[in-house]
Design a protein around this ligand. Structure first.
Ligand SMILES: C[S@@+](CC[C@H](N)C(=O)[O-])C[C@H]1O[C@@H](n2cnc3c(N)ncnc32)[C@H](O)[C@@H]1O
Length: 244
C-alpha cells in the first residue's frame, strides 16, 4: 500500500518511488467521471516510475450511497464490495509477485484501504503479506502551503470531519483540522473568534488558498467552493480552524 501524496506528483517520497518500481501489478479503481483527474495522476505516476511490463488492473469503484440513513452499515456494505475486487486482484497475482495499491495522501488518514485489506485477510481466501509506505497527507500539504504549524506549542489538535464539526465544536481543543466537508460546516461557528487556513485541490494546478479571520473570509470561501465545484464537478478541500 503506497501513499502517493495529495495531488502534486512531487509529493511522492523516494520510498514510494522505489515501491512503485518494485511492483508487478497495480489496482486502480475508477471513481466516476468527476474523479478522472485523480486517476490520471496515478496513471502518470506509473508512466514515470513503474517498471516496464507492469500490469495495470482497472476496476470500477462500487457506488456508495452518499446520504445513508444509517451511516455505518452502508459504509460496511461498500467496503465488502471493494474487498471482493481486492481479493480478485490478489488472487490473480502469481506466487512471489507484488501487487500495489496507490493510496491518496497518507494511508493512515481517513482512508479505508487498510481496513479493506484486513477484511480480505480475515476472509482467508487469499494469503499475502502487506506493507504500508507513508505518504504526504493533505493536512501536511495544506499547512506547508500556508507556512503554519499543525499544533501550537504543547497544545492538542483534533482532526475531524465536516459532518462532526456541523454538530458542534469539539471539547478541549482550540485547533481543529476539518476534512470531508461537503456542507460548509465552518459557517456554524462564525460567532467564535477563529482563524481559518483553507485550501482546495492543494498541490495541484487548480490549488486555491485562503486564510484570515473566519468571520471575514467565510463568505469568500463559500463562493470559491461553490464556483470551483460547479466548474470541475468535484472538490477536495481541507482547513485548519484556530481559536484565540
Ligand atoms: C477520503 S479522504 C483521504 C485523505 C488522504 N488519505 C490524505 O492523507 O489526505 C479525502 C479528503 O481529504 C482531503 N483532501 C485530499 N486531497 C486534498 C487536496 N489535494 N487538497 C485539499 N484537501 C484534500 C479532503 O478533505 C477530502 O475530502
Amino acid at each position: 500500500m503506497i501513499g502517493i501524496g495529495a495531488g502534486d506528483p512531487d509529493h511522492l517520497t523516494l520510498q514510494a518511488v522505489k515501491a512503485i518500481g518494485a511492483a508487478d501489478a497495480f489496482l486502480i479503481l475508477e471513481k466516476g467521471e468527476e474523479k478522472a483527474d485523480l486517476t490520471g495522476l496515478r496513471r502518470a505516476m506509473l508512466d514515470a516510475h513503474a517498471r516496464p511490463g507492469h500490469r495495470l488492473v482497472e476496476g470500477r469503484d462500487p457506488d456508495r450511497d452518499r446520504t445513508p440513513a444509517e451511516y455505518a452499515p452502508t459504509v460496511d456494505g461498500w467496503r465488502s464490495a471493494r474487498a471482493e475486487i481486492f481479493e480478485r486482484f490478489i488472487a490473480d497475482l502469481a506466487d512471489g509477485e507484488t501487487g500495489a495499491f496507490l493510496v491518496w495522501g497518507d494511508p493512515s488518514l481517513y482512508d479505508s484501504t487498510l481496513a479493506i485489506l484486513d477484511e480480505v485477510l480475515e476472509r482467508g481466501r487469499v494469503a499475502f503479506e502487506h506493507e504500508v509506505v507513508p505518504g504526504i497527507s493533505s493536512v501536511s500539504a495544506l499547512l506547508a502551503r500556508h507556512r503554519t504549524n499543525l499544533n501550537r506549542v504543547g497544545r492538542p489538535v483534533q482532526i475531524t470531519t465536516g459532518r462532526r464539526l456541523a454538530e458542534g465544536w469539539p471539547q478541549d481543543v482550540d485547533d481543529v483540522v476539518v476534512m470531508l466537508d461537503a456542507r460548509h460546516a465552518f459557517t456554524a461557528h462564525l460567532d467564535q473568534d477563529l482563524f481559518i487556513y483553507w485550501g482546495a485541490y492543494v498541490g495541484t494546478p487548480d490549488e486555491i488558498l485562503v486564510s484570515g479571520r473566519l468571520a471575514d473570509v467565510a463568505g469568500r470561501i463559500e463562493e470559491l467552493r461553490t464556483e470551483a465545484r460547479a466548474r470541475k464537478g468535484w472538490i477536495m478541500d481541507t482547513y485548519l480552524l484556530r481559536r484565540g
